[in-house]
Design a binder for this molecule. Sequence first.
Ligand code: G16
Length: 555
Amino acid sequence: MSVNLRAVYAFAREMYPKNVTTDIQYGTAGFRTRNDKLYYVMYRMGLLATLRSRAKDGQTIGVMITASHNPEPDNGVKLVDPMGEMLDQSWEKLATNLVNVSDMELQDEIARIIENEKIDIGSASCVFVGMDNRYHSPGLLKAVEDGVLTLKGRVKSFGIVTTPMLHYFVVCANTNNAYGVATEEGYYDKLTTSFKRLRGTEFERGNYKNKLIFDGKCANGVGARKMLRFLKTMDNSLGIEVFNKGEGKINHECGADYVKVQQGCPIGLPEIEPNTRCCSVDGDADRLVYFFTDANNQFNLLDGDRIATLIAGYLMDLIEKCGVDVTIGLVQTAYANGASTEYIQNVLKVPVATTSTGVKHLHHKATEFDVGIYFEANGHGTVVFSNKARKSIHAASKNVGNDLNEEQVAAARKLLLTIDLINETVGDAISDMLLVETILHTNGWDVKDWLAAYTDLPNVQQKLMVADRNVIRVTDADRKCVTPDGLQKEIDLLVAKYPKGRSFVRPSGTEDVVRIYAEAATREDTDRLASEVSLITYRLAGGIGREPSVPLSHM
Ligand code: G16
């Protein structure tokens, strides 16, 4: 097949001219900004995905169009590598360069990538594209398709899907459907089959009641539609009641991010009995948090840290029972509540690693363990299993050496089913929810049992507008600021005033804001610490708008 690179520029000029002058960067979750500034970006990502596919011997590459937790006018794009991982970091740089060159330079930039990456431009390729349900997503999807077609690549659009579904489709395609069937039905089928087998016929056990209240708004995103469709494939093995049906503005007063950051219930929650399990997912259904209101009308959050610790306890127990020799580790970010980290290290005795924000960093680190559990506090995470773990669990389930007892073999079989239930490619709200329900059911736990494992330190997240968020540079997994000068020293002095105090500041990778996190032994100290750190950041990093106010000291 011969590909004429001149078409690259012709298409860009006619259909997708670059309409911005400022550079943008492939960040925590790809490119993300206002939708009208993204058409040329999408076209170029279609070109890049085709090149990536050819560089990977024709394996399928995914392109997901979503701005996940961002407000409705925003959109975004991220690329998915052959095994469902986020795009390789060396290609993130190529993506950034490709998006920032002018239309005139585009053809040369493409030629440079082809030469440097030794790509056979006439070879086969395949790109899968999916989108969330924002009204501007179809137009952006068309731009990606046009990018692929310009380089005479093969493109298949899945229309509206969740981010984890697209990751799943890509892996299925690249493993000849060994991972599952690359259709929506195939995805539901894989999850429900293992879930039902794990649950068996006894739907309630101990304190576990088969009743989950599900926020069907799912941030009014694609998750709402898909979850409702998914629920139709489940019979009464999981008793879910859905409230809200997903009408309204995306991410407005609902969704996992809202519940986590506001530490309160989403709008529209009906009157329910105290201590009933509720859960919320985010706009593209890759994050999940649980919550409940207790008998004192007190809101309680069970976030990504809680989900991670729950999973770690369950997997450790099964691994111990079946006696396979594998390493297990848990990966968090600086947002993890200090109490959860202490619990994992001191009670569960599992090694903890901390990485920068963004699942791509956590995923990468988690692969260093045979069983790597990773979760961000915001509810984004999953578990990855090494080939060694998979093989030894499989051998134990078959009792290959004939030296295991019944209990060991049963534990290994349960582990295999659990692996099947997990979408290892990326955090997946539907799969994570089924896993949480499986573990609570196995343990016979209600939400109070789950919450009792440890007590969260009060914590808060704030946003701050600054003229240029890039003046803040961070290191040590986001825990220390390198610039602006003196900011870290001031934060250290403030933190030292508060028992169990901890705070950090980082530029968001998805919005034009600076994020501030604080935790301390009491709610009052936490709020005060956050406000003081906000104020000093405002002053040293060029804050815009009103100066943050600091509550008066209670001392
Ligand atoms: C994306 C990433 C998450 C990360 C979040 C951070 O989330 O996928 O792993 O935690 O960004 O956002 P920020 O850098 O703005 O704090 P999502 O759900 O929006 O794709």
